[in-house]
Write a protein that binds this ligand. Structure first.
Ligand code: PMP
Length: 443
């Protein structure tokens, strides 16, 4: 496992920077402090974004194949117009009667299976997961939570305590159990469901032996921080049944795969043909405006609502709702999911061709426009694979293409372009990746 808290980052003294960037970093460090890390060995400095592109102060364009928040493109004019028009008219909170929040909630639940018909708004993915845990714990009367080995579910104290990905310095809750995924454990597809069910049953058993009941199994439906593990479809089924049998709720964290990223479905959990009890939303919901939600089954959401006091000042405010409404309109009207399917197919084929021509690619996994690409040479050691992946990411950055790494060993390229990506962008990306791999593998 990588013990570096963020391998793909700037380290002072490792590279020399132009005076403009060096001066800004010095001021930034002095006021923002050590919690703020800059991505890439040589940080990127942006002043403008448009569609698939980000621009530095000299006007140099960078192709964005990394950011899944602006999923309908950076600074989308239609979304910005909806946001500005609402900001000029009214920004109300959810304690006043106001139609837009109701209309949007109705539209949102229509994108889910019929059982999931309640919405509570939040401002971030972390808040969504935090709230989902509160609902699950209150509805079940239990504390125990099961998560995957390198899960990341957010920043609040409660969700950090169920996020093994944050590293050894962040204590996990005594009532959390971590389970191994079949893919990174090398389990063949035919045995994946059985393997994962056994992992989850063992975790439930272990909790019980310590007198802890299970509140929830929480998982990112695309397992992004674990390294993008999406196959085989259905491998969660036995685990979901085991959790329900033990009285726990199933929480799908859709912060990464939600709102159409996987192309075939609006929500990532649909790939596994399951209907969770609670689903948490964030990142692309407002294309950059901070808005999230928990969508859930009536039972637990109503139990929470009538029992616990819950108030969230900004969540569901009219400006956020107008923005999210514009996002949903564009996703549906412009058939963005069809584009995801077409473009992701081209990208996958291109990657397979590169893998057959050049060394350095050990595996390709994707669901729609979320790709995990394993980097390394046949017999390379984990540290060598990690170093190689970082070299590829930074060579591409120098060449004006943005991606990063993920996974337990940070040797998986994480590729998540905005969903409005077109063929021309795919070709630019592929060329840049192949150039980087050729140079790095011929050293
Ligand atoms: N869940 C997952 C799977 C995430 O990837 C993230 C953010 N990277 C979060 C939750 C937290 O979202 P936010 O940063 O908006 O609080």
């Amino acid at each position: 496992m990588s013990t570096d808290l963020m391998p793909n980052r700037y380290r002072p003294g490792e590279v020399s920077l132009p005076e403009r960037e060096a001066a800004l970093i010095a001021r930034r460090d002095a006021v923002l402090g050590a919690s703020y890390r800059l991505q890439y060995r040589k940080p990127v400095h942006f002043v403008r974004g448009e569609g698939m592109w980000l621009y530095d102060p000299d006007g140099k364009p960078y192709l964005d194949f990394y950011n899944n928040v602006p999923s309908l493109g950076h600074c989308n004019a239609e979304i910005n117009a909806a946001m500005a028009a609402q900001a000029a008219r009214l920004s109300a909170n959810t304690r006043y009667l106001e139609p837009r929040v109701v209309e949007y909630a109705e539209r949102l639940v229509d994108t889910f299976p019929a059982e999931l018909d309640r919405v509570i708004f939040t401002c971030t993915g972390s808040e969504s997961n935090d709230l989902a845990l509160r609902i699950a714990r209150l509805a079940t009367g239990n504390e125990g939570v099961i998560v995957s080995a390198y899960a990341y579910h957010g920043t609040s104290a409660a969700v950090a305590a169920v996020s093994p990905n944050l590293g050894d310095a962040v204590n996990l809750s005594p009532s959390v159990r971590i389970v191994n995924l079949p893919g990174p454990s090398g389990i063949p597809d035919e045995q994946a469901n059985e393997f994962f069910e056994a992992e989850v049953r063992a975790a439930i058993h272990d909790l019980r032996r310590r007198g802890i009941g299970i509140a929830a199994f929480m998982f990112d439906s695309i397992f992004s921080s674990d390294g993008v593990w999406i196959d085989p479809p259905g491998f969660l089924n036995g685990a979901v049944a085991a959790v329900r049998e033990a009285g726990g709720l199933v929480i799908a964290d859709e912060v990464q795969p939600g709102f159409g990223r996987t192309g075939a479905h609006f929500w990532g959990f649909a790939r596994h043909d399951i209907v969770p009890d609670l689903v948490t939303l964030g990142k692309p919901m407002g294309n950059g405006f901070p808005i999230g939600a928990v969508v859930g089954r009536r039972g637990p959401v109503e139990t929470f609502g009538v029992t616990a006091r819950y108030s969230n000042t900004f969540a569901g405010n009219t400006v956020g709702i107008a923005t999210a409404d514009a996002v949903l309109t564009i996703l549906q009207r412009d058939r963005i999911l069809d584009n995801v399917l077409t473009v992701s197919e081209t990208l996958r084929k291109g990657l397979e061709q590169i893998a057959s021509r050049t060394g350095g690619i050990l595996g390709i996994r994707n669901a729609g426009l979320f790709f995990g690409i394993d980097i390394g040479m046949g017999a390379s050691l984990p540290a060598e694979r990690r170093a190689m992946a970082l070299d590829v990411v930074n060579a591409m950055r120098d060449n004006g293409v943005l991606i990063s790494t993920t996974g337990a060993n940070e040797d998986v390229l994480k590729v998540r372009p905005p969903l409005v990506c077109q063929d021309e962008h795919v070709q630019l990306f592929l060329r840049s990746l192949e150039d980087a791999l050729r140079i790095i593998t011929s050293r």
